[in-house]
Structure formats: C-alpha cells, structure tokens
Ligand binder design. Structure first.
Ligand code: PGA
Ligand code: ZN
Length: 427
C-alpha cells in the first residue's frame, strides 16, 4: 500500500527560550501520526532562509508564527495531501515550487521545514523502521563525536560573559558514543566544581553551558583544559576543545570588537590570536572564527590553520550549496556546519552535505540555540555519517534529548556501530 498523506496540520508551540515556533502533525492513510518541531537561532547568518514571524507587536513581541502556521494549513497541506509520504524529494520540491523564492521568503522556511521533517518521520514510522535507517545514505553505521557546549558566551549569555559564543568539549578518544558522552558529562561537572571554587556563578546559557563573567576569552580555555584533567582525562589525546566564536556577532566596521578584553582586532590580528590559542590549548576546530562577509579574512584563516585543525563555516555558508561552492573555489574553510532550518528542507540539506563531502569538507550537524525536545538531528547525524553533532551541554531537556536519542540508536545498532573518534575531525 502506498502511504499517502491524509492530514497535515501546523500549530504554534513554544521553544526553549519561550518563543513561538512551529510544530507540524502529519497523518497517513494507514493511521500513522508523526510530529516534528522547528528550532530557531539567535546568532543567525544574514543569508539564512527566512524564518517567518508575524511581526504583530500585540502577540509575543512580534515573534508569533501564526502566519507560517496558516501557510502550512492553507497552502502547503492542500498541495501535499494525497502525495506519497515516502517520496521526500517530491514533497520538498513541491514546497520549493509553491514558495517560488530562493530563500523560502513566501511560505517561511519554518513552515516548510516542519512539514519536510514530519513527512520523513511519518514514512519511517509507517514502515516501522527507525528514522536514521530510513534517511541513511550509505551502508554501515557511524556514531558521532558529541561536541558539547559547556561554556556559553556572546548573545547566548546576553553579552555578560565571554565574547566567544561557544566553548565545546569533544571527547573523541572514547571507544563508543556512550562512553564519549559519559566523559563529556564528567568534564562538565568538573568544570562546574572549578567555577564554584573560583566563585563564578554556575547559571547556564541558552545551550546549557555555564555562562560565567570571565576576564578574557582565553580564560575559559584554561578552565576547560583543567576540568578535563580533573575529570581524569587527557587533554588533546582523549578530549579536545572546539570553539564557535560566532564572530559575525561582534564584527563592526571591519573590526572584531572583543568587549571582554577592551580591544578591537582586524582579521589578521584575529588569525594571529587564534594561532596562539591553537598552539596553547587542545583545540581541534574553530567555527565562524571570522565574520560571514569577511571572505578575504577567511582565506587567510584557512591558510594559517586549515592544516592543523578543522575550520568550520556556519554563518558564512548557512547550509547553502551555492555558498559552500564559493567557499570551495576560494579555499575558504575545510568543514561545514549543517542546520536544517538554514535552508528549509531535508532534501536540500542532504544535497549540501553531499556536495561538501565530495569536496573533502568535514560535516557537523547542529542544533539551534532555540530548540524543542524534537530529536530529529540525532537520527539525521547517524543517517548522514556526519561523525559529529553539536547539540549543547548535557543540561536542559531539549539538549539532553538529542544525546539520549543517540544512546538509544547506539544500543539498537549494537555491534555494527562504529564510533567516529578523532578521525571525524578534518586536518
Ligand atoms: P544560533 O547559534 O542557533 O543562535 O544561530 C548556533 C551557532 O552559531 O552555531
Ligand atoms: Zn555557529
């Protein structure tokens, strides 16, 4: 029996910051009901697909998504009802055509993505196969290294802490995902103890990492390296550090404003700063070290550090195959951050992954700072053999649920699972 969609319904729900977002239900002719929810960023790239908000100041400070919900129910649903839920490509293409813009500006990428993810989940469910199995692009199973954001700064900490947005620990030296997660959790708790000793508050930021008012952007690197040791692990050998400065958010008039350090640096000075940090701490990747429009600076950054560590493009690529292609041609970065809602459909996201991988670029699947308990990206990471997932600290339910889903997946795969380990990081 072909599994056709008989009902598609969007609704407005809340994300982890208490902002409205979209959830979509899809029902199939066999009675299957599946549901997906869309995340939302705070340090968004300017070239991301459009996240449609109502801008009605009378509701949720303008952040309501009733217009996008209406697009799901009134425009998308009538076009998709009756279609085969197993034809993801046709479903996504129909929405792209209905939208008619290069950036989902008509329907809203949030409306489109909710339907795209719910359709995939509905079909997998109706076949009684796991989502990662249905979306899997190759034979075998690769469990990712978790990139756990244990210290939050920048906009995710209301600019009260470090200028750099994310300090992640990457326990690549473990033999399986479960153990890697355990090492990461132990390091997170040892960091908490260290912060308490220094009388830093241990309240957490948007992604569950601690958000102390540190004295410099370097101090968290010292603290994290110590907390790795105090948890009983070897920095560099067993656990590394990944940085996401998200530097577009402090780039102004051609300079990088490090408020915490009271100084402004140009691209060359930023690259030199990163070189020193990489030489001093066990850093294995830097994401968005420079700003989204500083392409010339990115070339220098890649030339200087691309042989030693992974240079990941997030805001500069926004999961777009066109921008990734520009990056490949210009020698910018050696790795791509992948966020489904930056582009808006499952199919297009897979295209970008494929494209980047064929050029030898690394793949990192990512959550957003505004999340829901939907764990789609956990399955998606396994399905795409990404080898890495960044989905926050082991704290806050919406972050932990992704890690918990990966525990379930690893258990289910059993002996056939391979852990990505150190090799997941491009050098
Ligand atoms: P965002 O941050 O979800 O707030 O955009 C995540 C990131 O920059 O990687
Ligand atoms: Zn980022």
């Amino acid at each position: 029996m072909t599994k056709v969609m008989t009902r598609i319904q969007g609704r407005e729900i809340l994300d982890s910051r208490g902002n409205p977002t979209i959830e979509v239900d899809i029902v199939l002719n066999d009675g299957t009901l599946a549901r997906a929810a869309v995340p939302s960023g705070a340090s968004t790239g300017i070239h991301e697909a459009v996240e449609l908000r109502d801008n009605d100041p009378g509701r949720f400070m303008g952040k309501g998504v009733l217009t996008a919900v209406d697009h799901v129910n009134r425009i998308i649903a009538p076009a998709l009802i009756g279609m085969d839920a197993g034809d993801q490509r046709a479903i996504d293409q129909t929405m792209i055509d209905l939208d008619g813009t290069p950036n989902k500006g008509t329907l809203g990428a949030n409306a489109v993505l909710g339907v795209s993810m719910a359709a995939a989940r509905a079909f997998a469910q109706s076949q009684a196969i796991p989502l990662y199995e249905y979306l899997k692009i190759d034979a075998g199973y690769l469990m990712p290294v978790p990139m756990m954001n244990v210290l939050n700064g920048g906009v995710h900490a209301q600019w009260q802490g470090a200028d750099f947005q994310e300090y992640m620990i990457v326990p690549f030296g473990a033999l399986d995902f479960r153990t890697a997660l355990q090492w990461g959790v132990e390091t997170y708790h040892s960091l908490q103890t260290l912060l308490k000793k220094k009388q830093y508050p241990t309240a957490v930021g948007d992604e569950g990492g601690f958000a102390p008012r540190v004295v410099s952007n370097e101090e968290p690197l010292e603290l994290i390296t110590r907390s790795i040791e105090e948890a009983g692990y070897q920095p560099e050998k067993e656990i590394g550090i990944s940085l996401d400065p998200a530097s577009s958010s402090f780039f102004q008039d051609g300079e990088y404003e490090l408020k915490r350090e009271g100084r402004r640096l140009n691209s060359d000075e930023m690259v030199a700063y990163y070189r020193r940090l990489v030489d001093t701490y066990p850093i294995v990747s830097i994401e968005d070290g420079l700003a989204e429009d500083d392409w010339e600076g990115w070339i220098k950054l890649t030339d200087e550090l691309g042989k030693d560590i992974e240079i990941i493009g997030d805001d500069i690529f926004v999961t777009s195959p066109h921008l990734v292609q520009k990056g490949i041609e210009m020698g910018v970065a050696n790795s791509v951050l992948i966020k489904l809602n930056q582009i808006g459909t499952v199919t297009e996201t897979l295209t970008t992954i494929n494209f980047a991988r064929n050029a030898g670029y690394g793949i990192n699947i990512s959550h957003r700072s505004g999340e829901t308990p939907d764990s789609f990206i956990a399955d998606f990471t396994v399905a795409t053999f990404a080898g890495k997932i960044k989905t926050g600290a082991p704290c806050r339910g919406e972050r932990v649920e992704k890690y918990n889903q990966l525990l379930r997946i690893e258990e289910e795969i059993g002996e056939k699972a391979t852990f990505a380990g150190r090799n997941a990081f491009i050098r």
